[in-house]
Design a protein around this ligand. Structure first.
Ligand SMILES: Nc1ncnc2c1ncn2[C@@H]1O[C@H](COP(=O)(O)OP(=O)(O)OP(=O)(O)O)[C@@H](O)[C@H]1O
Ligand SMILES: [Mg+2]
Length: 359
């Protein structure tokens, strides 16, 4: 949500604040307060995952977040969060992943529980991980997992992509990474996600000077991040775990290296039903369809639904009568969707699992 920059005059601000909260402020104080209310409206809306009205934001800021002297830290934090493009992810994303999926079980036991059951974790000396790598073939749901973790923890989700680091040219990539990480270290309750991780942490063995310096910068940043006391997770994802620098993969820098591979039947069923719930459906034999798509990734299932929906949409447009997606529609479309996973990719992934998995 964009914050308006055209701040009205002090008198007008005072009148608005009085109208919303019943509190009287001097015009010069009200003029300073108004932009803070707008900032707070954005913050509350993101945090609660709904559009909070200006009245609610005004009352909450003045009655709960005040006094303003103590608020400077909060204000700074909001500015930083906006700067980093932070988002609040809906809790429901977590439920779109089947409990039978091995990464979900690992994430739940190893990451979520130690952060939510803090007393028990302390009693048993369990330290919650701070740095995690997800690896696996394309479209298997790595990004989706990271968003789901942020959602279930109710933490901020901040995504860093190599392309944003590249914005000022390759030479500035290391410096941009450093600057960004410094900002990230100042906010807590955040899940920081670096996608296409191999782009910024590639093996230095045969790398160019620039690539080496980026990997070096990243190697310096990880311990600094881990030292930061706050509640924070750094999660990196890659399709090419073999390309990462060996120093990163040794225990110490990353606490967990978690594979995200193909789906089991229940995993496919959960995603299938998720997409089915927003499709103009007729009679569907879910079990029959699930048995027809053993190598489909979440991305393939999403694409399959895009095709069947387009099919029924066009059919209804032509025939001018209600057209529902049925088992037959899927039977016709499935052969036209090539699954991402092949036996070769699965074998390679299994070799990577044996070599790199650690949690
Ligand atoms: N459990 C799920 N329920 C519904 N949709 C899902 C689920 N998991 C993944 N998806 C969808 O499938 C698509 C692929 O998932 P995602 O982008 O997370 O894969 P990825 O492993 O990060 O892929 P890449 O390696 O290409 O980055 C996304 O559009 C995502 O929304
Ligand atoms: Mg991804």
């Amino acid at each position: 949500m964009e914050i308006k920059t055209d701040i009205p005059g002090g008198q007008e601000c005072a009148e608005r604040i009085f109208k919303y909260t019943g509190h009287n402020f001097e015009p010069d104080i009200a003029k300073k307060l108004w932009p803070k209310i707008l900032q707070h409206k954005w913050y509350l809306s993101e945090k609660l995952n709904r559009n909070v009205g200006i009245k609610v934001a005004s009352i909450d800021l003045i009655e709960n977040v005040e006094p303003m002297e103590k608020n400077s830290h909060n204000e700074e934090r909001i500015r930083l969060l906006k700067d980093l493009g932070s988002q609040m992810i809906d809790r429901s994303v977590w439920d779109t992943i089947s409990d039978t999926q091995p990464p979900k079980q690992i994430v739940n036991k190893r990451i979520i529980l130690p952060l939510t059951e803090t007393d028990l974790a302390l009693k048993h000396g369990v330290i919650s991980p701070k740095t995690i790598i997800f690896f696996g073939p394309p479209g298997t749901g790595k990004t989706h997992f990271v968003r789901a973790i942020a959602g279930i923890l109710r933490w901020w989700y901040i995504e860093i992509s190599p392309s944003t680091l590249l914005a000022d040219g390759e030479d500035r990539m290391g410096a941009n990474l450093k600057r960004l990480m410094e900002k990230v270290r100042n906010v807590d309750q955040t899940v920081v996600f670096i996608d296409e991780f191999e782009e910024i942490a590639a093996s230095r063995d045969h790398a160019s000077r620039i690539d080496k310096s980026i990997t070096n910068e990243f190697l310096k940043q990880v311990p600094l991040l881990k030292k930061q006391g706050g509640r924070m997770l750094l999660i990196c994802a890659t399709n090419y775990i073999q390309q990462l620098d060996a120093a990163l993969l040794r225990p110490g820098r990353f606490d967990c290296v978690i594979p995200v591979g193909g789906l089991d039947d229940q995993g496919r069923r959960t995603i299938f039903e998720y997409y089915l719930s927003s499709t103009n459906r007729g009679e569907i034999d879910v079990e029959r369809i699930i048995s027809m798509i053993p190598l489909f990734t979440p991305a393939d299932i999403e694409y399959l639904f895009q095709k069947v929906r387009q099919y029924s949409f066009e059919k209804e447009y032509t025939k001018k009568e209600d057209c529902r997606v049925t088992t037959e529609t899927f039977v016709e479309i499935i052969p036209k969707v090539r699954p991402t996973l092949t036996n070769e990719i699965i074998e390679e992934f299994e070799r990577d699992c044996n070599r790199y998995t650690r949690y």
